[in-house]
Design a protein around this ligand. Structure first.
Ligand SMILES: Nc1ncnc2c1ncn2[C@@H]1O[C@H](COP(=O)(O)OP(=O)(O)OP(=O)(O)O)[C@@H](O)[C@H]1O
Ligand SMILES: [Mg+2]
Length: 235
């Protein structure tokens, strides 16, 4: 296994608010890694900083090459992309249009699009429907499909189950399992702690901008601290 993403000493400061402080995260090739933490812990800021969407300090390496300070579009073209929190689709545009916009800089657009529709029949049926008229679960599938249009090797996913009913969360995780089986690596921010720890290989827990715990998903699942801090409501 080789290291795909290596983040060391990452810090994000929003004009005085220290959102992320000296955090280190690693994703090996083929792994699904979970990033847990309560609201405001700094999870989204971490993903956005890795992708070059916001300013940060520290070191971010992708495939052993520094991407610190590199523009987001160039990072995406190297094989790293983000499914943002809240999906951020263009609601008036059709599924087809949302996906095509995401792929405008890439070759083999049409074949990638056709392969995605074959994998996600619901999107094929609804391809000419405005994205805003889809259910939350369908919109999450479109958001993931849009990210896949850039043919990534590593997907950063911010709260895929946010606002979804449990059966729709199942559907989203079935899709993630399919993608993982195909070799896609992932870093998943998730507040559905049990769900993601049953899916991921390893996990990190974040609080107040710092990584407070890391280990195999099984270790975190069995940790008294995780049970206490994150699963209190589910015990
Ligand atoms: N653009 C911004 N300007 C100023 N402060 C911000 C900005 N974005 C986030 N923050 C602050 O940074 C901290 C971390 O926010 P972030 O969105 O990374 O947390 P999160 O772990 O993703 O939370 P959630 O689970 O609610 O999505 C919070 O205190 C938040 O208020
Ligand atoms: Mg967030």
């Amino acid at each position: 296994m080789s290291t795909l993403l290596d983040v060391t000493g990452l810090s994000v400061n929003y004009g005085g608010v220290q959102a992320v402080h000296d955090s280190s995260i690693r994703v090996e090739e083929g792994e699904a890694v979970a990033l847990l933490g309560p609201n405001g812990a700094g999870k989204s800021s971490t993903l956005r900083a890795i992708l070059g969407l916001i300013k940060s300090t520290g070191q971010v390496n992708f495939r052993s090459t520094s991407i610190s300070g590199v523009a987001c579009e160039r990072i995406v073209s190297q094989g790293l992309t983000l499914v943002p929190e809240g999906r951020r689709l263009f609601p008036q545009l059709t599924i087809h249009e949302n996906l095509m916009l995401a792929a405008r800089h890439r070759k083999a657009i049409q074949s990638t699009y056709e392969a995605l529709l074959a994998r996600l029949p619901i999107l094929a049926e609804r391809r000419d429907q405005p994205a805003g008229t889809l259910s939350g679960g369908e919109q999450q599938q479109v958001a993931i499909a849009r990210a896949l249009m850039s043919q990534p090797d590593l997907l950063l996913i911010d709260e895929p189950s946010l606002g979804l009913a449990p059966t729709l969360v199942d559907r989203v995780y079935e899709l993630l399992a399919d993608l993982k089986a195909d070799g896609l690596s992932m870093l998943i921010v998730e507040q559905e702690v049990i769900r993601v720890l049953n899916f991921a290989d390893r996990a990190y827990a974040m609080a107040n901008g710092t990584i407070v715990m890391s280990g195999s998903a099984a270790e975190l699942r069995n940790s008294d601290d995780v049970k206490h801090f994150y699963l209190g409501a589910e015990e």
